[in-house]
Design a protein. Structure first.
Length: 249
C-alpha cells in the first residue's frame, strides 16, 4: 500500500505496508539488552492476596506489573531533561513525529582504548544532504546488539565534535544503536549530549536522542521517512518505537 505525504512542501511517496521497525523491545523470555549496571527488567503478574492475576493460573485476565528503566532496558527517546536540573519531559517537548531521516553506517575509529565516531565520518556519510533526523548504524552490526550486556564494556561513542556538527547541520533527532552517545565513564562530562542539545547556549528543547535501536543489515543506507513513536511518559526519557519507511520517490 502506497501513501503520498507532503513534507516541507515536498510530496513523498512511501510504501506504508512495509514498515521497518528499528526498536528493541523488552523481552524477559530472552536475555534482554541492558546497560548502566542495573538488574534485568521484570514483567510479573500482580498478586491479589496470594492469587496471581494470570489466566493460566485461574485468573480471568492477565494483569502484569512491569519493572524497567528506559535508559537501560529498551529503545528509548530522551530530551534535554536527561541532563538538566530543571525537569523537562520528552512527552511535552516532542511535538511532531514524522521526519525525513538518513540512515548511515559507520565503523567507529580506534582512539587509544576507545572506539569513537568522528565529525569527519559523519560529514562523509551525510555530505550536503538536508535531513531532520539521522539514524546511525555502527559496525560490526551483529544481532547480539538486541541482547548485549553493555555495563563495563566501554562501548563506542560520539566525539563532541561530531555532536556539534550534527547540531550545526540542523539534525534535530539523533538515533543510534548504542546505549549512549557519550563515553560510558567520562566523569559526568556528557560532552556529546551537551553539545547536541546546546546546553551552553540556546537549548534545543525540541531535539531528541534515541538510543538502543537496531537497524538490520539488509536495510540500505539512504533516505527514509521516520515515524518516531513514543510512549506518553512525563519523564526525561520514554520507551519508543521508531519505524522507517523507504521512500519510493
Amino acid at each position: 500500500m502506497k501513501a503520498i505525504i507532503e513534507y516541507n512542501s515536498r510530496k513523498i511517496e512511501v510504501n506504508i505496508s512495509n514498515p521497518i521497525d528499528i526498536s528493541i523491545p523488552i523481552d524477559v523470555s530472552k536475555t534482554n539488552v541492558n546497560a548502566w549496571y542495573l538488574e534485568e527488567p521484570k514483567i510479573f503478574p500482580v498478586d491479589f492476596d496470594g492469587e496471581k492475576a494470570k489466566v493460566s493460573e485461574g485468573a480471568v485476565v492477565n494483569f502484569n506489573n512491569i519493572h524497567f528503566n528506559p535508559h537501560s532496558h529498551i529503545t528509548h527517546t530522551e530530551c534535554v531533561g536527561h541532563i538538566t536540573k530543571e525537569v523537562h519531559s520528552v512527552n511535552q517537548n516532542l511535538k511532531f513525529y514524522i521526519f525525513l531521516a538518513e540512515v548511515v553506517t559507520v565503523a567507529p575509529e580506534s582512539r587509544g582504548e576507545d572506539f569513537v565516531i568522528s565529525e569527519k565520518q559523519l560529514k562523509t556519510a551525510l555530505k550536503n544532504k538536508k535531513r531532520d533526523a539521522i539514524v546511525i548504524r555502527t559496525l560490526p552490526n551483529l544481532k547480539d546488539k538486541k541482547s548485549m550486556q553493555y555495563s563495563n564494556t566501554n562501548p563506542p561513542y560520539l566525539l563532541e565534535e561530531a555532536a556539534i556538527y550534527l547540531r550545526e547541520k540542523g539534525i534535530k533527532h539523533l538515533l543510534i544503536d548504542l546505549p549512549s552517545i557519550d563515553k560510558e565513564k567520562d566523569n559526568g562530562k556528557l560532552l556529546a549530549h551537551n553539545a547536541f542539545w546546546n546546553t551552553a547556549g540556546e537549548i534545543r528543547m525540541n531535539a531528541t536522542i534515541t538510543e538502543f535501536i537496531y537497524v538490520p543489515n539488509d536495510i540500505e543506507d539512504g533516505e527514509y521517512l521516520l515515524n518516531l513513536m513514543i510512549a506518553p511518559f512525563e519523564n526525561d526519557a520514554t520507551p519508543s518505537k521508531p519505524v522507517l519507511y523507504k521512500i519510493i520517490k
